[in-house]
Design a protein around this ligand. Sequence first.
Ligand SMILES: [Zn+2]
Length: 244
Amino acid sequence: MDPSFWDNRARGLGATDSAPVSTGGEENLLCLQNDRYHSEDIYLHEFAHGVANLGARYGISGWFQRLENQYKTAKQQGLWAHTYSMSSSAEYFAEGVQSFFNVNDYSATPNGIHGPISTRDKLRTYDPALYQLIEENPPSSYSFELLLIDLWQQDKKPESFIIENGLRRVMEALADYKSIKVEFFEYYYECMKQKHTEPYIIDPVNPYSNVLDETHFDWSAVASHAKKYLEKAHMKIAISGFCS
Ligand SMILES: [Zn+2]
C-alpha cells in the first residue's frame, strides 16, 4: 500500500466494523481552497457511511435490508443513472444524505459522478423512498438524555457516581421500556399535564410531545439491545443505581 497514493485518493473514509471510525480531510472540514471536493461536504458523506454501517444496520431492525432493496429498485427504475450513487447501496445512501443536507455537487447532466439531484427538495420528489429512509428518525439522543436525568433525579442527584452502575440503571429501564413514565414540570404548570399513554418521556419544554413515541420508532429493538448489553461481564458486576 502506497501511503502517498492513498493520501491523495481517499481524503475521507467511512467507519466499518473493523475500523470503526470515520475520517475527513481538514481541507474539506475547513472549506480550504485546495479541497478537491470544494463544493461538497465529504466528511458528511463518510459520516453517513458510518451511520449506515455501524448505527442503523445494528440499531434499526430490517433497515439494512430495506436499503439494499431500495437500491435495487432505484437501479431497475433507472434512477441516478451515470452517477456515483449507483456504484453500491452504500454510496446510494451516502450520496443521498449529501443531497438531503444540500451539500452535494451539481451537474446539469449526469457526468459519471454527479447529476442534477443535489438538494433536499429535489431528492424528495425524485426518489421519495430514499428520502424516507434518510429522514427516518432513530430515537434521538434527547430521549435518552431525559431518561438519564430522570433516573439520576430519582436516585437523589449524586454529584459523582460509578459510570457502570449508572449505565446499568439506564439499561434496565430501557430493557423494560414499556414501564417508562417520565415527566418534568420545571418549565410548565402541572395543570398543563396531558394524558399520555404509556410508555412516555415528555419533553420538559412541551407537555404535548412524547419523545418516546412508539409510532415513529421500534423501541422494542432498543429494549432487546439493552437486554443483551446487560449480559456483558462489566454490566453483570455493576450495581443498578446512580450512587457511589
Ligand atoms: Zn462513499
